[in-house]
Design a protein around this ligand. Structure first.
Ligand code: NDP
Ligand code: 8X3
Length: 258
């Protein structure tokens, strides 16, 4: 088992949901946390809590992963003691809208593809060369059941997560012969701000997504991420697909009538 104490773990989209829960899970392992998101103000409250939870140190910065130049400049500007990233969690992501493809909004598509696909690529491109040079590292990408099986009205989000699968597998192939590991963590429905973001702030509609079933919690996903990161150095977990007991795949749920 790999020890994580003192390791630098960089989590994108750490201001909420799975990213925030992962920060707490890595804190409990005594990691040093490098956290980024656009809503920097959220880190003011989070940082002392993460230190209380065991993080050796916490460094936060604002980042929009859609902006390639900003990704590179923010990582170049890191204090020297934060540059040697050991684990990258490419978590920043979102869905926008739930509509038939031929009725979809171009702005929603751009936001999903720019964040979930291009943003993940920009961060990976900026971080992985250092891992290769230092001969150590682990990239954990957030995929989804949506990338396994497309559901109606979700073609673009599902497509972005199918792209994540291809990128995850391609990166693992390209890093063969180096000690850098690559993992995709693919959850089903997780109760986070995800649905509120999808429905542009409509909390009532978002709540209905989880009605009548028990979804995964962000900490369940964080648990899988830390598990993958703590396997022995010669073990690469390629993919973890996890759902709640009330979900079989993107289309099949055990929803109790209310
Ligand atoms: P949340 O909405 O709770 O969190 C999303 C995080 O991503 C926030 O911290 C947000 O921070 C950040 N983010 C979004 N856009 C950007 C951006 N352009 N630049 C930087 N950070 C950004 O959702 P989840 O925790 O559920 O989602 C996390 C990941 O998990 C996503 O990749 C999602 O696709 C995936 N996932 C979610 C599932 C679910 O059912 N919830 C299931 C399977 C996968 P900020 O707004 O402050 O920038
Ligand atoms: C998030 C899971 O099924 O709500 O990736 O799109 S789903």
């Amino acid at each position: 088992m790999q020890k994580l104490n003192g390791k630098i773990v960089f989590i994108t989209g750490a201001s909420s949901g799975i990213g925030e829960a992962s920060a707490f899970a890595f804190a409990a392992e005594g990691a040093r946390l490098l956290l980024a998101a656009r809503r920097l103000e959220r880190f003011q409250e989070l940082t002392p809590k993460l230190k209380d939870a065991g993080a050796v140190d916490v460094h936060t910065f604002s980042l929009d992963v859609r902006n390639a130049a900003q990704v590179q400049s923010q990582l170049d500007a890191l204090p020297e003691e934060w540059k040697a990233i050991d684990i990258l969690v490419n978590n920043a992501g979102l869905s926008r809208g739930l509509e038939k493809l031929h009725e979809g909004k171009l702005q929603d598509w751009d936001e999903m593809i720019d964040t979930n696909v291009k943003g993940l690529l920009y961060v990976t491109r900026a971080v992985v060369p250092g891992m290769v040079a230092r001969a150590r590292g682990h990239v954990v990408n957030l995929g989804s059941t949506a990338g396994e099986l497309t559901y109606p009205n979700g073609a673009v989000y599902c497509g972005s997560k199918a792209a994540e699968h291809a990128i995850n597998d391609g990166l693992r192939q390209d890093l063969l012969g180096t000690p850098v590991r690559v993992t995709s963590i693919d959850p089903g429905m997780v109760e986070t701000e995800f649905s509120q973001v999808r429905f542009h702030g409509d909390k009532e509609r978002a709540a209905k997504v989880y009605q009548g079933l028990t979804p995964l919690q962000p900490s369940d996903v964080a648990d899988a991420i830390v598990w993958a990161a703590t396997r022995p150095a010669h073990v690469n977990i390629a993919r973890v697909l996890l759902t709640s007991i009330d979900q079989a795949n993107s289309l099949l749920f055990n929803r109790k009538q209310s």
